[in-house]
Write a protein that binds this ligand. Structure first.
Ligand code: SAM
Length: 371
């Protein structure tokens, strides 16, 4: 494994300047990018730190004790995050997801949740507020998060076999504690809980059926994620990707599935239901089935850079505007202008790129931008 790790090129140093456009772009609740895609979904990374070292995301060889995380002063404060989120909502965002790193490592995260829950969409409704976590601290935090206004959680879990899971998180963390976190989230009312499983061929594909058996009939939605070529440190190889079609075929050997309609446009997961009505599963196929056409997601990094694509190499530095005394109107105008210029569709283009062109591209780390 170690010989496949590619040295880290620090994409955090790269930033695009966020400018105030000469012709202001007022927030009207509907801003379209260069491909006509609206802005609906905002993912906010609240820390670049994580207590897991999953080899596909934060391999130990790179994220070791010498790794320089962002200094605290460069992180957006909760007030800064909330102020930016307000401008995104004014442009039509309806859903906010907190992520990281591991978002529950950010001290007093429930205060941020409370602030975000107090915001309103252009329809006057509270934003849909969710969080993605590795579940390690969830048992302790679920109640406080719910009380603060969090609506749902997605928990990442790559297998039920304790030895497999400990090896994948690479910090020897037991699966039982994540399962306790999931139970606490359900008890606190943070449902429907979703569970994300990254399937890596040769590592955990034998966990597909046990995971399905465990979660079907519980109301928990299990989603299978194709191992993605994000970042530059995980030594990604196509032969370790298990295409969703194959995962689905494996499931169908035991549980017949029927296709379900999407819940909302731009949804990342394709939904399938168990034919015997024992609930549903999802497939996130960003490698084998590009879904850029209706991507309506913006990503805000821990220190306030706006990324227009998960596979982008650069983000727009909104923090400079924030800390340079820009007004709310100016912030909204800069965000609207950046979104109007968005033309990204990496996942679609990946298929047409030569293999080395795709893998050599500058890309931001998943642990920095949060997925
Ligand atoms: N720490 C949190 C967690 O574990 O959910 C939030 C951040 S994590 C980067 C978000 C999601 O990205 C997790 O579900 C993780 O499994 C997924 N992820 C990370 N690297 C990935 C990769 N190379 N391919 C597919 N999914 C990946």
């Amino acid at each position: 494994m170690a010989e496949r790790v590619i040295p880290l090129v620090d994409q955090r140093l790269a930033a695009l300047r966020a400018v105030l456009p000469a012709r202001p772009v007022p927030a009207t609740g509907l801003v379209a990018d260069a491909r006509g895609r609206p802005l609906r979904d905002l993912r906010i990374s609240v820390t670049d730190r994580c207590n897991f070292r999953c080899s596909y995301c934060m391999p130990k060889e790179v994220f070791d004790k010498n790794y320089q995380y962002l200094p605290h002063a460069s992180l957006l404060s909760f007030e800064e995050i909330t102020r930016l989120a307000r401008q995104f909502l004014a442009h039509g965002v309806h859903k906010i997801r907190l992520t990281g790193g591991e978002p529950l490592l950010r001290k007093n995260i429930e205060i941020l949740v409370e602030q975000l829950a107090g915001l309103r969409t252009v329809d006057g409704t509270p934003p849909e507020l969710t969080l993605t976590t590795n579940g390690s601290l969830l048992a302790r935090k679920a109640r406080a998060l719910k009380d603060a206004g969090l609506q749902r959680v997605t928990v990442s879990l790559d297998g039920l076999d304790d030895a497999v899971f400990r090896r994948m998180n690479d910090v020897d963390f037991p699966v039982a504690e994540v399962l306790e976190g999931i139970a606490a989230a359900r008890e606190a009312g943070l449902g429907p809980v979703k569970v994300n499983m990254v399937v890596k061929r040769g590592t955990n594909e034998h966990e597909i059926l046990p995971m399905a058996r465990h979660f079907r009939g519980t109301g928990i939605v299990l989603r299978f994620i194709e191992y993605m070529d994000v970042g530059a440190t995980n030594g990604w190889r196509m032969d370790e990707v298990m295409p969703s079609a194959e995962v689905r075929a494996r499931l169908a050997t035991e549980f017949p599935l029927v296709p379900l309609d999407p819940n909302a446009p731009g949804e990342t997961a394709e939904r399938w239901g168990y034919a015997d009505d024992a609930g549903e599963v999802g497939f996130i196929s960003s490698v084998t089935q590009a879904f850029c056409g209706d991507c309506n997601r913006a990503r805000l990094s821990t220190e306030g850079k706006l990324y227009l694509c998960l596979f982008a190499g650069n983000g727009y530095d909104l923090r400079s505007l924030l800390r340079g005394n820009a007004t709310d109107e100016e912030l909204a105008s800069a965000i609207g202008h950046i979104w109007q210029g968005r033309d990204d569709r990496y996942s679609e283009l990946r298929g047409t790129m030569a293999a080395d062109e795709g893998s050599g591209r500058r890309r931001v780390e998943m642990s920095y931008i949060g997925g």
